[in-house]
Ligand binder design. Structure first.
Ligand code: ARG
Ligand code: ZN
Length: 463
């Protein structure tokens, strides 16, 4: 720097700011590596900086006998800085090769980070395609709360769920809810098995070797934690919801008969929820019911929630379908905003119960208020990763909405509940976005409400 003129240095600095890169010794511009994490307060290493994914094309082949997964991930992304290298999240598995825009890219693994260094640097604003081929026996993650997620091997095949982090056990990507993308997922499995996933089934073909490939398309932006694949012997049922939305439910053969009646209720429940929450945000719906196994909770995987048979009951179905508006369409920008998912889906159960099952929301609210476990921490600030799915997130989160309704009245509350997923349809949002939105609809400041119910450490003296 000392050798350069001051004006030269200023001009260079301006150039660096403009292109978001670094300068080399010759005064040219060069890129910098994208960040290895997005500094999520609860999961700092999840996601990566420097790019924004618009599409994942996953081509998978799975052999249930050996547990081996062969995959190719084609990731279309736009650089948000001048990139010399960038990271993808990937846990386990062996990378066999990587390209960027068709040219071989150098790659390196460290913990759950896969770093790609393209042959040519990627200017800010450029759309590029990264392709990673990989293989291996996926290992699920054990969450801080002890539950399993990721690619779970089952007696009949596998089921993949990814909240909050498990999608990186079966494909590389920008594994954070703030970067949503469209997906095409093709899954090849031995003859006689089915492979279910998100969205619309666009093709099914038998390969020369007799294996069967099923192709799924989810056009709406989807967070990586909401991607799913379920492989096994499934019985499927189809119907139409809301006049035009294709319904596809699937249940593993041993639980097909026992789940059939409730699976048939999917369109009817959806029709009622549209009245409560506004237009359904996706082009397909359904449910995947697996035999009980390593998955011991239901997940609101986009368009087609996954349930272990023992959790497939009406209230859980209502809950996971509520998430399609609250969580899947409006997605939390960071994991500490998880109450925007679970508080709303729980309130969705309360509202459904009030409107269609003669159980007043007040009753559910009073029950929740009385339970000590719901007061362990304020819903807007789960203290650690292990608390992500704790009772305050669900129950106290729903209580926030109940109190909001009591404060602003039924009519304004209804406008907020429907307006929120309309305003942030297919986007991400923070708790601050919600409080600001609610105040804008209510036409007044609601700080007292948020201070006590959303952020307060103390349980209020009365409900
Ligand atoms: N989001 C799921 C629900 O609908 C719960 C997921 C629990 N996941 C976990 N890793 N513990 O309530
Ligand atoms: Zn939930």
């Amino acid at each position: 720097m000392s050798q350069r003129s001051r004006t030269g240095a200023v001009a260079l600095a301006a150039l660096v700011l403009l292109v978001g890169g670094c300068t080399d010794a010759g005064g040219g511009v060069r890129g910098t590596p994208g960040a290895a994490g997005l500094r999520d307060p609860l999961f700092p290493k999840l996601g990566n900086g420097g790019y924004d994914v618009s599409h994942y094309g996953l081509t998978l082949a799975y052999d249930p006998a050996t547990g081996r997964l062969d995959g190719t991930a084609e990731i279309t992304a736009r650089a948000t800085q001048y990139l010399s290298a960038f990271n993808l999240d990937l846990a386990g598995l062996t990378v066999r090769g990587a390209t960027v825009d068709g040219a071989p890219a150098a790659y390196n693994r460290a913990a759950n980070e896969l770093t790609l260094r393209p042959r040519d640097e990627i200017p800010e604003g450029t759309t590029f395609k990264a392709t990673v081929t990989y293989t291996g026996v996926p290992e699920p993650l054990t969450d801080a709360d002890g539950s399993k997620e990721g690619w779970l091997r089952t007696a009949g095949g596998a089921v993949a769920v990814g909240e909050p982090a498990g999608s990186m056990t079966w494909f590389p990507g920008n594994n954070h809810p703030s970067d949503k993308a469209a997906y095409d997922i093709a899954v090849t499995v031995p003859a006689g098995l089915d492979a279910l996933s998100n969205g619309i089934r666009t093709a099914r073909r038998t390969e020369k070797d007799g294996r069967v490939t099923t192709v799924w398309h989810e056009a709406a932006p989807m967070a990586s934690y909401l991607a799913t694949v379920a492989i096994g012997r499934y019985e499927t049922g189809t119907a139409t919801a809301l006049g035009s939305v294709p319904v596809l439910t699937a249940a593993e053969k041993p639980v097909a008969a026992s789940s059939a009646a409730l699976r048939a209720e999917v369109p009817g429940i959806l029709a009622r929820q549209v009245k409560l929450f506004g237009p359904y945000p996706f082009a397909a719906t359904g449910a995947i019911v697996t035999a009980d196994g390593p998955l011991d909770y239901a997940l609101e995987t986009q368009t087609r929630p996954v349930f272990p048979a023992s959790s497939f009951d009406r209230s859980t179905l209502v809950h996971e379908q509520s998430h399609q508006w609250y969580g899947d369409s409006v997605t939390p920008a960071s994991w500490k905003d998880i109450w925007l998912n679970e508080g709303f889906a729980t309130y969705g159960e309360w509202l459904y119960g009030e409107r269609y099952e003669h159980v007043p929301a007040r009753t559910r609210y009073e029950t929740a208020f009385a339970q000590d476990a719901n007061w362990a921490f304020p819903p807007a600030s789960p203290p650690a990763a292990e608390n992500l799915f704790d009772p305050p997130v669900y129950q106290r989160g729903a209580m926030v909405l109940y109190k909001l309704r009591e404060t602003v009245g039924d009519r304004v509350f209804d406008e907020i509940l429907r307006g929120w997923p309309a305003k942030y349809r297919h986007a991400t949002a923070t708790t601050d976005d919600f409080t600001a939105y609610a105040e804008s609809v209510a036409g007044r400041d609601l700080d007292d409400l948020w201070d006590v119910w959303l952020y307060g450490d103390e349980k209020p003296s009365r409900p």
